[in-house]
Design a protein around this ligand. Structure first.
Ligand SMILES: C[S@@+](CC[C@H](N)C(=O)[O-])C[C@H]1O[C@@H](n2cnc3c(N)ncnc32)[C@H](O)[C@@H]1O
Length: 287
């Protein structure tokens, strides 16, 4: 999904709705508490731009009224919409493709070798999956590199806190432009035309994935073990303590020797000693 733009955000003087520093601080603290996401002190315009349309739709006069509403019983349903609006969902198919190459050439080969004694079970988790491009790229990688996949108990779990992203991922429908730059043998085989300018993931890829709403800083129902976890471009918004807890929980859920892929601007230095860096933000669980 393309990122929302704030390029044309109004300045404080010509804003349609009153938005004070304390309104901003309240929303910022609420987002941190509920999701782990830290906005930093200078994202007023972004928050304003993302929430102003909600205020307009609800016929509200300013952010103070909106904040009171989401804190009330009557507005509890709106809170999810507030959180959806404040998450950043930028993603694309085969983003940071070296992770999918590593999955195909190394991780799946190891898992296949282990299957001789441990059975053909494969579990992959895309944590912070946004609108589904990451887990679908994973599904395509499995379908391309495991011709015998039907003989495996193979499942991909895809989770996100943003309910709208989970809905879109589950649907698997994308603008045709999302396939730009993808090799034609992949786009032709794994996407089918859907309406005028859209494509849909083929059923065999959709069937590999379960999309679920899940808050990474909340309770997790899964028991694992997972062979591979993707958590890419998610923790950049979390503080170090939140990251420490999260990566510890990932290590607990990964199988011995399991793989963790993190985003290009993320690292585990000073966060956890339970992983060994293999290269290019690819980690192996060692403890
Ligand atoms: C920038 S996107 C990254 C998507 C994908 N992993 C990628 O690298 O292309 C970050 C995603 O993390 C999700 N996210 C942020 N905080 C979360 C939380 N506490 N629990 C679950 N998902 C969260 C956001 O909703 C967003 O969809």
């Amino acid at each position: 999904m393309a990122n929302r733009t704030v390029a044309d955000s109004p300045t404080a003087e010509d804003r349609e709705f009153a938005f004070s520093t304390s309104d901003y601080d309240y929303l910022r603290a609420m987002l941190k508490e509920k999701t782990g996401i830290e906005l930093g002190p200078t994202k007023h315009n972004m928050v304003y731009a993302r929430l102003a349309k909600r205020l307009r739709k609800l016929g509200m006069s300013g952010f103070r009224e909106y904040i009171e509403f989401i804190g009330s019983d009557a507005g509890s349903g709106e809170l999810g919409t507030t959180l959806n609006a404040l998450t950043t969902n930028l993603t694309k198919f085969f983003r940071e493709n070296h992770h999918f190459e590593h999955l195909a050439t190394t991780a799946l080969q190891e898992i296949r070798a282990r299957a001789v004694s441990q059975g053909r079970r494969l579990r992959i988790w895309s944590a912070g999956c946004s609108s589904g491009e990451e887990p679908y790229s994973t599904a395509i990688t499995l379908l391309r590199s495991m011709p015998d996949i039907k003989q495996w108990d193979a499942k991909i779990l895809a989770t996100d806190i943003d309910t709208e992203m989970v809905r879109r991922g589950n649907e698997g429908i994308y603008p045709a432009a999302a396939l730009e730059g993808m090799p034609a043998d992949i786009s032709r085989k794994y996407f089918e035309p859907y309406g005028d300018d859209k494509v849909r993931m083929v059923e065999e890829a959709r069937n590999l994935i379960s999309f679920k709403h899940l808050n990474l800083v909340g309770n997790w129902p899964m028991k694992g073990p997972f062979d591979v976890i993707f958590c890419r471009n998610v923790v950049i918004y979390f503080d170090k303590d939140t990251q420490r807890v999260l990566f510890d929980r990932y290590a607990n859920l990964l199988a011995p020797g399991g793989f963790l892929y993190i985003g290009h601007s993320e690292n585990l230095f000073g966060i956890t000693e339970r992983f060994k860096l293999l290269g290019r933000n690819i980690h192996r669980k060692i403890a």
